[in-house]
Design a protein around this ligand. Sequence first.
Ligand code: ATP
Length: 504
Amino acid sequence: MQEEISILIQAQYPLIYLVTSEEERTERVIAKIAQEAKSPQRRVFIWTVTHGIVEYGQARHITQHNTVSPEAAIQWTIQQKEAGIYIFKDLHPFIDSPATTRWLRDAIASFKGTQKAIILMSPMQQVPIELEKEVVVIDYPLPELSELNQVLSHQLEQSRTRRPTTETREKLLRAALGLTHDEAEKVYRKAYVKSGRLTEGEVDIVLSEKKQLIRRNGILEYIEEDETLDAIGGLEELKRWLQQRSNAFTERAREYGLPQPKGMLILGVPGCGKSLIAKTTSRLWGLPLLRLDMGRVYDGSMVGRSEANLRNALKTAESISPAILFIDELDKSFAGSSGSSDSDGGTSSRIFGSFLTWMQEKTSPVFVMATANRVERLPGEFLRKGRFDEIFFVDLPTAEERQQIFSIHLSKRRREITRFDLDQLAKVSEGFSGAEIEQAIIAAMYEAFAQDREFTQLDIIAAIKATLPLSKTMTEQVTALRDWARQRARPAASSVAEYQRMEF
Ligand code: ATP
């Protein structure tokens, strides 16, 4: 990244926009670029709304000119004769004002042929249309392994503890991927303070600190799941597909010439195990699972905030990669992104656009696992061939699958399967989803528990009879989904059975 910015500056790009929340780290990089430039040496100045323009490295109070207002500050840069880099921190709240935009355009024009450049540094991207063609936007990435290595080395030197082995060192570094420079520094320090050393045992401390930090940002959630694929009844095709790709993110797969899997969309009837599959995949593949909560991405408090939220979340997911990015209910997340998008000032269509572009262009191994219940609400772009590696359709379980689901949930509750007639249970629960089967068992247990006895086959049957399954209350929706999926999606259950299902 340092090299890219350096090239832009040398090539006399007058306006560069760095999207980052790591001010100090980015400032240091720019100062280094200025220092290392052969000729001319450039002075670096920093503008903030609190202190105006101050030279990099100088104490804050030394402002020699009245440059607190953005217009005055930009005007000041135009007047400078020497080569210089002018960093404007958090100009975004002012950038839409006609005067600021105009001054920036004047600066761009006057910088032509000079060794001067303005760098806008801000955690969110906000570029007025007048400047769109003039500015280069760079999303400043989170630290890579090599940079984290410097942070770790520094901590090791300070604590004078025994050097970890190369393997442990790598684990400590990987555990901190996804953190900012400062966060990594704090996490290593904390791990050291907690146990007085930095060895294999501290990897978990670093990881759990990271999970907390990710949780705090509120948009991504780190999900831990203990269940394995065995906890899912049926869906054999889907399981096979996933098992086949267990090692798809390894070096070996790359050497073999396999492309990195991009993602999958699981469409299906509610309660049939879509989310469960996503969660168990993380265990199967040994990759972290990050849930992207689209509801939290949207933030109308300020223009551009939602886009910044999405960008930051995706940036974090990329830096932790290989990882699985789980988006539950994709249909709800992006509903309204097409059609009359102006109900929210176009935010949802912009978010949708950014997400699609990211999916299209991402090179880091982030596997997108999305689920959806209603295909008609999904923007068509998601369903286009090639967007996902595969679109699976999870239908209501067949009789055989229902038997498996009963067996799984009865065993989970430590009951002897042989006490139950699974065949009969499967028959009476025709049209039930996995979630409804589970609920019927729980209802039967409550009934018996209240009467202080063990529950039986009859209790479960009674609970089933008392339930009106979604497939009956939402017949139209289920039929529509099936009709659509039959032609365009791959059945998650073994394919032959899928087409012989009874119709509703
Ligand atoms: P929704 O669309 O409502 O989010 P979903 O398809 O994602 O539903 P899950 O949330 O995965 O369904 O299912 C809810 C619960 O139902 C699961 O946690 C699991 O306990 C049970 N369940 C559903 N399907 C199965 C299955 N095939 N095998 C075992 N359990 C299942």
